[in-house]
Structures are given as C-alpha cells and as structure tokens.
Design a protein around this ligand. Structure first.
Ligand SMILES: *Cc1c(COP(=O)(O)O)cnc(C)c1O
Length: 369
C-alpha cells in the first residue's frame, strides 16, 4: 500500500498559490463561442510576424535537424546581440522567453526570507514567480498609472534582493525616462538588483527613453530584459534575453538552464537582430492602430490608457468579464483586466487593420446591447 498523501510534501507557499490558467486553443474557443473566426488581440503579438530574414531561416530549416540539440548557451546569438547593443557576449543570457529569465534572476539572488519589490498592476509573472518560490512579493500601488519611485524606495528593506520595473509598463503603457531611471538607481544605491523589463522598448520612439545598456556601465546592479516575442514577432518560438554587468551575468548564469532555447529560435533571432525595416514597419503599424483605438475611445466616450507599447487599455461602463464574453461571441478576443487588478478595463493589442476594425465594430455593438 502506498502511504502517499501529497499535502505533506507540498510547501505552504506552493499550496497557497493559485495556478495561472492560460486561455484554451482557438479550435476549442471557436466551438465554445460558436464563431467561425477569432481575432486574438489579447497577447500583444506582432501581426507583421517575424522579420523577413528570420522567416527565411525558418523556411530553410531542415526537419531532420530537429533531432539535434541546439548549441547550449546561444554562442552566436549572444555575440550578435552584444554587437548590436554594444555589450560583451558574457553580459548576455538567453532564456525560453524573457519569462524564463525572470526565474533565473529570482533563483540567483533570493532565498527564504528575502523579498522582491514591484508594482501591484504590472506584468504579473514577477509576483507569481516570487510567490511560488517562497519569496515575498512586495507590491507597490501604481501612481498616476505608472511605477511610483518614492513608493518603491519605501518598500525596499534589508531583505530586498530584486526590484522589478516594467518599463514601459504592461498594461498601462506608462514609462520612466532616462533621467528618472538614473535618479532611481542613485537612490537604490546598489542595495538590490534593479531589473528594467524592457519587453516593449523597441516600440519607444521618444529620445528620452532610457539607454539602459549605457547605464549598466555605471550601475552594475542594473539588469535589462528584452524579448523577441513582441517587436520581433517571434512569441511562438519562445526566446528572450537579459543583459547585466559581467559579475551579475556570471552569477545569473549559474541558475540559468542550458539548452532551454531551441535551434529554430536561436537561428531566427540571430537573423532578426539587425533588421531595421521590420522595426520601422511595425512602428508605423502601431502608430496607426493606436490612433484608431484613440478615435474609437473618443467616439464611444471611453477613457483610454496607452503610452509606449503595442497595446492600449479602455475603461468600460460594464464589467470587463462580461464585455470579454460578449466580444468572444462576436469573434474578438481582448484581455479582461480584472485579473490584472484593473476591473472594468480591457487591454487590446494592436493587431491587423481588419482585426482592429472587427474589435471596434464588436465593442460598439456590445456596449449598445
Ligand atoms: C510579453 C512580456 C514578457 C515576456 O515575454 P516572453 O514571451 O516570455 O519573452 C516579459 N515582460 C513583459 C512586460 C511582457 O509583456
């Protein structure tokens, strides 16, 4: 007889954690909502896809090579990234999406009794990873829909190991400029690692957006996250990276997982790194979609949030969960924001022109119901 009872084996912080449930695949959703087509505007994907050079790499891939392990730590890609951003390859660590890199950093710097500091309404994965790792997440309320530097500084104590800034912030699109990030780093004064998650940095067209790679030379506790999922249109390949001062990168390398980035992702990303045309085309698309959403918001009398990024948020006069369901029934999927602590708001990714038109038409109809 097995004496197995799972409860005894599960640490309290895991028992208390509620698992994230991703949305089901499209075929399931189509059946569930009885629609023939679904416009997904919930994941901030790039409707232009990967850059042409990356698409060519994918098309050339030899299926038989799927049998081979990739090179274990992204030798060539790390050199390409370093060359592009003026770094040393030793400063760059790759992950299976930036999501995986969040875990590397928490594992490298935190032990039981430590805490991380971030905002209450930001990318939730920092909080989740800390929680189910037994590390206390300290959540500082946003101020004016953005990260509150004074509040973050007050929350830092002797057990704070990492401060996660989401810049620009998902979901509000708010951002800190170079001077503000620099003042914050001065005030933290090396007491904790400061992560600037710049998943949407390539969408920034403002000259005052931080040059974080330059700041890293003077602030060795600064860690920068980037991803190929958003601007580079490669979310399905799961690849992201971080850069840090050499000694910090060397420490994180210990807790990083070799071989976690697949062959296709490594090669496609290497082809994408220098592509400027794709960047310009995507920026033009985003400008147009943002203007369209602002127009819709104005027409429907809805408050809109959205600074930098390929998404915007709308405040609805009805529950976001209800709006979400009704939009689904019309073949449009936006992000209901109650679970991001933004009840009453929807986040909409800047998809193709037809998808944005379908969203506008569906939302207008839903609000008239
Ligand atoms: C999308 C996103 C990421 C993670 O992206 P990956 O697909 O895991 O690389 C990280 N941070 C923010 C703020 C994001 O929106």
């Amino acid at each position: 007889m097995s004496g197995f009872t799972i409860g005894r084996l599960v640490p309290p912080h895991v028992r208390a954690f509620e698992a994230y449930v991703p949305s089901p695949p499209d075929d399931v959703l189509l059946r569930r909502f009885g629609v023939a087509h679904l416009h997904r505007l919930n994941n901030n994907e790039n409707p232009l896809g990967p850059p042409a050079a990356a698409q060519a790499v994918l098309a050339r891939f030899r299926p038989a090579d799927a049998a081979l392990y990739p090179q274990g730590d992204g030798w060539h890609l790390r050199r390409a990234i370093a060359g592009r951003f003026g770094l040393d390859a030793g400063q760059v660590i790759l992950g299976n999406g930036a999501n995986e890199v969040i875990g590397f950093v928490i594992k490298a710097f935190c032990e039981t009794g430590d805490n991380i500091v971030t905002a209450d309404r930001t990318f939730a994965v920092y909080e989740w990873l800390a929680s189910f790792s037994g590390i206390e997440p300290r959540l500082v309320p946003l101020r004016d829909q953005g990260f509150d530097d004074a509040g973050l500084l007050r929350a830092i104590d002797a057990r704070t190991r990492v401060v996660f800034l989401c810049n620009p912030n998902n979901p509000t699109g708010s951002w800190w400029d170079h001077a503000r990030l620099e003042r914050f780093l001065d005030a933290v004064d090396g007491r904790a690692i400061v992560v600037a998650d710049e998943a949407y940095a390539e969408f920034a067209e403002h000259p005052d957006f931080p040059d974080s790679f330059a700041l890293m030379a003077r602030y060795p506790n600064l860690v920068v996250f980037r991803t190929f999922s958003k601007m580079w249109g490669m979310a399905g390949l799961r690849i992201g990276w971080m850069a840090a001062a050499p000694e910090v990168a060397a420490t994180v390398r210990k807790t990083s997982i070799s071989y976690s980035v697949n062959l296709l992702a490594l090669e496609a990303a290497r082809a994408a790194v220098w592509d400027a045309d794709h960047l310009e085309a995507t920026r033009a698309h985003v400008r147009q979609a943002r203007a369209g959403l602002a127009e819709l918001a104005a027409r429907l009398g809805l408050e809109m949030l959205g600074g930098i990024g390929n998404f915007g948020m709308l405040r609805l006069p009805i529950a976001d969960t209800v709006a979400h369901r009704r939009l689904m029934a019309r073949g449009v999927m936006a992000r209901a924001m109650t679970s991001f602590r933004y009840p009453g708001w929807l986040r909409v990714s800047f998809g193709t022109a037809p998808a944005m038109a379908a969203f506008a038409e569906a939302l207008e109809a839903v609000l008239a119901e």
